[in-house]
Design a protein around this ligand. Structure first.
Ligand SMILES: C[S@@+](CC[C@H](N)C(=O)[O-])C[C@H]1O[C@@H](n2cnc3c(N)ncnc32)[C@H](O)[C@@H]1O
Length: 253
């Protein structure tokens, strides 16, 4: 009887020790986890001021919304002709990367309706707020807004048919991380439609760091796992280049 008691006391003590041990291990894990998330929030990947010999431009502020909606844009960019080249169809999922307040988002939303959707990604909440306000005014429902990080557009893997970037890519402070994330988010036959003002043409009235040459764009996209699949050279001031995933590409360590 007495021996039984001693044994059960030892068993109880053992169980208490096991519970304490498990609790302390979980607490250490929880601390490590929260330290990890602090590290990634406090130390995001380093942004670049130049990339592969090109000066990176600063992002255009939301104060420039009136400029994005200037009436002359129709003649300067020929938006309808540009969007025709994207071959959009009802049911597609499209991303307007760096959407601003949605100059192209709304046009694309009607081209993929009623079954398709447009994901509008921007890093400035004010741009997305302006876009959402307009969505309510014009009662368009097939647009989702996503507030991205400079290095992460927060896109779902293998989900996109087309990613349109109009006058945006040259502003990426993290071009490598952004292109890797977009590559992952494209469906196998999905494409990036890259629109940049022509740097080869000195008569295009845009600051040099907001323009790109075709050769520079191809160099940067090749280095990040893309190949040029087609292009359209008839826009008044901009290049329109289509890049697809290069499945033979191997990332360098
Ligand atoms: C010149 S505006 C063009 C807006 C729109 N594409 C248009 O044509 O009206 C460039 C936009 O890209 C956004 N941008 C810059 N870097 C970005 C990034 N890493 N991810 C998402 N958007 C970004 C800026 O906040 C800005 O709204």
């Amino acid at each position: 009887m007495c021996n039984d008691r001693i044994v059960s006391r030892w068993a109880m003590l053992g169980s208490i020790l096991i519970v304490l041990f498990v609790a302390s291990v979980s607490a250490v894990h929880a601390q490590e986890k929260s330290a990890d998330s602090k590290v990634s929030k406090q130390n995001p990947p380093r942004g670049l001021t130049s990339y592969m010999g090109r000066r990176v431009a600063l992002p255009m502020s939301y104060h420039g919304i009136p400029w994005l909606n200037r009436p002359e844009r129709v003649d300067e960019e020929k938006p309808i002709e540009m969007l025709e080249q994207l071959r959009l169809q009802n049911g597609m999922t499209i991303c307007d990367m760096g959407s601003g307040d949605g100059y192209y988002t709304f046009k694309m939303a009607s081209l993929v309706a009623p079954k398709g959707r447009v994901i509008a990604v921007d890093i400035q909440p004010e741009m997305l707020q302006a876009l959402s306000k307009r969505m309510q005014e014009v009662k368009v429902e097939n647009i989702d807004t996503v507030l991205g990080e400079l290095w992460d557009p927060k896109l779902e893997a293998s989900s996109l048919d087309v990613v349109l970037m109009v006058d945006v890519y040259h502003e990426f402070s993290h071009p490598v991380q952004m292109l890797a994330a977009i590559r992952k988010a494209l469906k196998p036959d999905g494409v990036i439609a890259l629109v940049e003002f022509r740097a080869e043409d000195p008569t295009v009235p845009i600051k040099p760091e907001h323009k790109m040459t075709k050769a520079q764009a191809i160099k940067e996209y090749r280095a990040n796992g893309f190949k040029l699949v087609r292009e359209y050279d008839k826009l008044p001031q901009q290049h329109l280049m289509f890049f697809g995933r290069d499945e033979e590409w191997q990332p360098k360590d």
